[in-house]
Design a protein around this ligand. Structure first.
Ligand SMILES: [Zn+2]
Length: 332
């Protein structure tokens, strides 16, 4: 038996070695675009493709488009050994299910099972923001830091939270966009006063347009107007900074991050955002340790690179479970 187990172990080790020795494909499904990549065994992106996410034909069509995108990536990844897929909304990472997305409209899509059955490969699956946090912490701005908030600010606002080196995986956690910052405005979530109503890219543009009758398409445009001396734009930006600082002060009191990594579209503003944000947070903190605030390093590719990391993890866990079941079979 000992001999058999030893050779079995050797066989599994070899299978593991060959299994990781190949490219993985990674796909980040967003509300407006899907970003796909082929990553070689050293984690380098060797192919990249972007597709629009068309939500007008309903959620089933989006699921079909995701499958099509995975097929297309696999055609560019000869010898692919795993797939990583990340999606927005309410996501059960452990069960492999996309529970719900407001933007896309799907409910309870068992993505991990669907993609694994279709491809025959191990599939890593998860939430886009948590995957982005994993990528920033493994490869980006938060490398080596144990207490981190990764906060992408785009159409919406939610965060990936690392506490003492562990990612909080609770599927309902991380919704910083719905902290009440006292804006008094109704939020799409049904509550009132949420951070998202003051500081998301969409709400910055909306507030400016409402105040001026203008037609700014996004936060960047409001910032450009502010730089040109537009007073209304400066007021809207000031409110957004206040709201963000308040939410971050609450987070700091609760979870004491060493580092806050701001990502998403708004992080493109760079120091125009970060420098005053640091100052305002400092004013709000009394006894708390002040976290460092930096911009994300991986930009809008963080979630896609995170999907690649989940693919690599899926190889490890599938070889681990193969190994366990083979050992059990052997002992029977
Ligand atoms: Zn809300």
């Amino acid at each position: 038996m000992r001999q058999a187990l030893t050779s079995n172990d050797a066989a599994m080790t070899m299978r593991f070695a060959t299994a990781t020795d190949g490219p993985v494909v990674a796909l980040d499904v967003g509300g407006s675009a899907m970003k796909g990549a082929v990553l070689n065994e050293r984690g380098r992106v060797v192919a990249f493709h972007r597709w629009p996410t068309s939500t007008s034909d309903g959620p089933d069509a989006v699921v079909g488009a995701v499958m099509g995108a995975v097929d297309e990536l696999l055609r560019h990844a000869e010898g692919a050994v795993a797939i990583g897929l990340v999606v927005p909304g309410l996501v059960d990472d452990l069960a492999g299910i996309a529970l719900h997305s407001e933007n896309i409209g799907w409910r309870d899509v068992p993505f991990r099972e669907l993609v694994a059955e279709r491809s025959g490969l191990p599939v890593g699956f998860g939430h886009d923001v948590r995957a982005g946090g994993l990528a920033e912490r493994t490869l980006g701005a938060a490398r080596g830091v144990d207490d981190v908030l990764f906060l992408p600010i785009g159409t919406g606002i939610s965060g990936a939270m690392y506490v003492a080196g562990a990612l909080i995986k609770n599927k309902y956690a991380g919704e910083l966009g719905h902290i009440d910052v006292g804006s008094g405005e109704p939020c799409a979530c049904g509550a009132r006063g949420c951070l998202e109503t003051a500081a998301s890219g969409a709400s910055i543009a909306k507030r400016y347009n409402r105040a001026t009758g203008g037609s700014a398409a996004g936060a960047q445009e409001v910032l450009t107007l502010m730089a040109a001396g537009d007073q209304a734009a400066a007021v809207v930006w000031d409110r957004a900074l206040d709201a963000l600082a308040r939410a971050l002060a609450t987070y700091t009191s609760l979870l004491a991050p060493e580092l806050i990594v701001i990502g998403g579209g708004l992080s493109g503003a760079g120091e125009v955002l970060l420098e005053p944000l640091r100052g305002r947070l400092r004013e709000l903190l009394v006894w708390q340790r002040e976290p460092r605030i930096v911009a994300a390093l991986l930009g809008e590719n963080a979630a896609c690179l995170g999907a690649g990391l989940l693919a690599r993890k899926a190889i490890l866990s599938s070889s681990h479970s193969n190994r366990k079941s083979t050992t059990k079979d052997h002992q029977r």
